[in-house]
Ligand binder design. Structure first.
Ligand SMILES: [Zn+2]
Length: 267
């Protein structure tokens, strides 16, 4: 059974909350809006390139290893009540996520083992939690998951959102071990489509009931991923019925097959 360590990294939380002020301004949450307002002046004093850093680059770094501009921002803003409010709401959210993950832990790992035919008992990931109003969800490499979002209105069924998406991010990590083997950079969307079939759809339906298609997934607006999912669906249904192939082998086979059929598909 996979082990997830949930944590809040204060410097990353600050960077992520401020980064979004520029990447995607958001005023829907009062604490976030107040921190972004408070940060306007300190941010104007650091070179503009500091505003465009990728927040994940600083995940888990000790203070003295942070880029100097981030150190300045952290020193000035982390002690403020505006940051403490965002931190407090983020810690409450972390408790929510952790308790949903743990309450579904046995079901989730049993079902994922059936779906993937893979034992990932010895795998460990760190989940860096950010404020839930800033829709964060990505695998940042090296066993690091960034997470801060709640289920959309359209999420079918009750619960299971955290379990489904934690496994979604975990499998970005697991399937990435095929990258070097298959040696293909340009079809990254094939494993992503597979992850959506395995977690957003198969795991969701096994936990909540219902059926697919229609397909559900965070890549709703990514037409290429959706097209690949539809292409993969009949292979996927056959894979589920066959005990002989695990998900890593299936992923490899699909990546190779997609490359062959790609030109035909895109015509
Ligand atoms: Zn994904």
């Amino acid at each position: 059974m996979v082990k997830l360590n949930f944590t809040v990294d204060e410097n990353y939380l600050l960077a992520h909350t401020l980064y979004y002020e520029f990447a995607r301004p958001y005023a829907g949450n009062e604490a976030v809006r107040m921190l972004q307002t408070k940060a306007k002046r300190p941010i104007s004093r650091v070179p503009s390139k500091c505003l465009y850093f990728r927040a994940e680059d600083i995940l888990g770094l000790p203070f003295e290893k942070l880029p100097i501009d981030i150190q300045h921002l952290s020193r000035e803003l982390v002690p403020t009540k505006e940051f403490r409010n965002v931190l407090h709401e983020t810690q409450d959210f972390k408790a929510e996520v952790e308790s949903e993950w743990l309450s579904n832990y046995n079901d989730g790992s049993r079902l994922m083992k059936q779906i993937t035919k893979l034992d990932i008992r010895n795998r460990e990931f760190t989940v860096y939690i950010t404020h839930p109003s800033l829709s964060n969800g990505r695998y940042a490499g090296k066993g690091r998951i960034c997470w801060g979002t709640r289920p959309p209105q359209s999420w079918p069924g009750n619960g299971s959102y955290v379990t489904v998406y934690m496994y979604h991010e975990v499998y970005h990590g697991i399937l990435s071990q095929n990258d070097a083997k298959v040696g293909i950079v340009e079809n990254k969307k094939v494993p992503h489509a597979l992850i959506e079939l395995a977690t957003d759809n198969e795991l969701r339906v096994r936990m909540n009931g219902g059926a697919y298609p229609p397909l559900v997934g965070h890549s709703e607006n990514d037409n290429a991923i959706r097209a690949i999912e539809n292409w993969m669906l009949p292979h996927w249904k056959r894979y589920l019925l066959d005990d002989g192939e695990h998900i890593l082998a299936f992923d490899e086979r699909m990546r190779r097959r997609f490359l062959k059929e790609q030109s035909r598909m895109l015509q």
